[in-house]
Design a protein around this ligand. Structure first.
Ligand code: G3P
Ligand code: MG
Length: 243
């Protein structure tokens, strides 16, 4: 089976990352999966954003968790990328889930925390998931933070979990087992064929980020999925790897 191509932050090579226009581009490309990052606003609304500040990807300044959802919503999250994207707003997780449900696209939701309380953020996520019905097959939750992963395991029931790490460490391997993970998500630069074989043997899928050139994949042909900012390069690749 060729690896699944996951649109990283939507199609972030061509669109403002993590915004609706970027997600819709992934849907229109025919991708089956996207990856996004989430974190809470000041008033505990889970929003789709990678950085802990709005500085890089909007016309505002400040931390996401120092701004209310209404304040965040007033910011422009598209113009920084290109004037034609002006007017793009930050998405709430709730809006993203509704969009994904409508188009039946899978989402790898990566939870970003730094000074936040892991249990609290996961409780917010749990409440969000319980507020409407979602196909559990089309959601995978991941985080670099091991406390978040443990909280996901304790608080969510029956959802797929992906242990996320730059390179595979002992602690990651222990966590995979501890939380009965579905997959291990690794930086492709530090992932070897041996890692992939070992993880597969233990029953875990291996998803690698962020692969932007089909040539870089040669030594990792057995991956289950790759995250790419330029998913179209893999779809149109002469390798014909994408089903
Ligand atoms: O989830 C894979 C990848 O997105 C992790 O790194 O920094 O791009 O969120 P980052
Ligand atoms: Mg991410």
């Amino acid at each position: 089976m060729p690896p699944i191509v996951v649109g990283h932050r939507g199609v972030s090579g061509h669109f403002p990352e993590n915004t609706k226009v970027s997600i819709v581009a992934a849907i229109e490309l025919g991708l089956k999966w996207i990856e996004v990052d989430i974190q809470p606003s000041k008033d505990d609304v889970l929003v789709v954003c990678h950085d802990h500040t709005v500085n890089r990807c909007s016309n505002g300044i400040g931390r996401i968790d120092d701004l209310t959802f209404d304040q965040l919503r007033k910011l422009d999250f598209g113009a920084w990328y290109g004037s034609r994207f002006s007017g793009e707003v930050i998405m709430s997780l709730s809006e993203l889930l509704a969009l994904a449900d409508t188009h039946k696209i899978g989402i790898n939701i990566e939870i970003k925390i730094d000074r936040h309380n892991a249990a609290h953020v996961v409780a917010l996520l749990k409440a969000q998931l319980e507020s409407s019905r979602h196909d559990k097959e089309r959601l995978i939750f991941s985080s670099f933070d091991h406390n978040v992963m443990r909280q996901l395991y304790q608080q969510l029931n029956g959802y797929k979990l992906g242990v996320l790490s730059r390179r595979l460490r002992k602690a990651d391997q222990q966590l995979l087992n501890e939380i009965d993970a579905f997959s291990c998500h690794l930086n492709f630069r530090w992932t070897t064929k041996r890692h992939v074989e070992m993880l597969h043997k233990s029953g875990y899928q291996v998803w690698c980020y962020t692969v932007n050139s089909p040539k870089r994949l040669a030594h990792l042909s057995t991956l289950d999925a790759i995250f790419s900012d330029y998913p179209e390069r893999f779809i149109h690749s002469a390798l014909g790897r994408i089903g």
